[in-house]
Design a protein around this ligand. Structure first.
Ligand code: 13P
Length: 241
């Protein structure tokens, strides 16, 4: 049985006072049947370093190992700050920063090289969905992203039209796409690596159980509904069944 993975992506939506409030209210359940991960803004990773039951992720990393790259953050520095995971390929970075499949693959390789598990985001736009291209887009993104990796990463299927809109995918549709991703991972890596496939896009406590009951959905990547301890604890509890 795979342990569900629930990841909070706080983006740039939270500052130190709210993080302190989150930490003060957070209660890790001793029997937590779920791996809980938080990806805070980089500068605030230290505020979460001693929180019981929480693992850490970076929201992004450089495609370079080190050198003259002002403003960038190496995979090694994420490791040094206590991260176990690193998110790459979020659609906000693909769109706003022009990140290509190749750049994302290189970032994932940097994470793997230092021993972090990449969480690689992918998903189709609404136009691609309407054109019936969802599976072709996903397949292209998966194949490109795993190039050069030795172990299966975590993938997060986040249809772009479902992010921050309050309009999540139908759980059964997401499950079908995710099953395809899982099959692809299995055929490439066998049992090597993590291989969990998450769903992201307008997840909230009320729809968590429905997503998690779908075959192919091994966990969740949560934006807005992860910003308070109460809401994120509810999601983690509901994801644990
Ligand atoms: P929302 O949960 O706010 O839709 O954001 C999803 C997301 O982008 C997580 O990476």
């Amino acid at each position: 049985m795979i342990t569900p993975l629930v990841v909070a992506n706080w983006k740039m939506s939270i500052e130190a006072p709210e993080i302190r409030e989150f930490v003060a209210s957070w209660r890790a359940t001793a029997d937590a049947a779920v791996d809980c991960v938080i990806a805070p803004p980089l500068a605030y990773l230290g505020l979460l370093s001693q929180v019981p039951g929480i693992q850490l992720a970076g929201q992004d990393c450089s495609s370079e190992a080190s050198g003259a790259f002002t403003g960038e953050c190496s995979a090694a520095s994420l490791l040094a700050l206590g991260c176990q995971f690193g998110i790459v390929g979020h659609s906000e970075r693909r769109q706003r920063h022009g990140e290509t499949d190749d750049i994302i693959a290189t970032k994932a390789q940097q994470l793997e090289a230092v021993g972090l598990t990449p969480i690689i985001c992918l998903g189709e736009s609404s136009q691609e969905r309407e054109a019936g291209e969802t599976f072709a887009v996903i397949e292209r993104q998966v194949r490109a992203a795993v190039r050069g990796l030795h172990r299966a990463p975590v993938f997060a299927y986040e249809p772009i039209w479902a992010i921050g809109t309050g309009l999540p995918a139908e759980p059964s549709d997401a499950g079908t796409v995710q099953q395809a991703i899982a099959n692809e991972l299995k055929s490439i890596f066998g049992k090597k690596g993590d291989g969990r496939v998450l769903y992201g896009g307008s997840v909230k406590p009320e729809n968590t159980a429905e997503f998690m009951s779908e075959q192919g959905i091994d966990g969740l990547l949560v934006g807005g509904a992860s910003l308070t301890a109460e809401s994120f604890m509810d999601i983690c509890r509901n994801a644990g069944g």
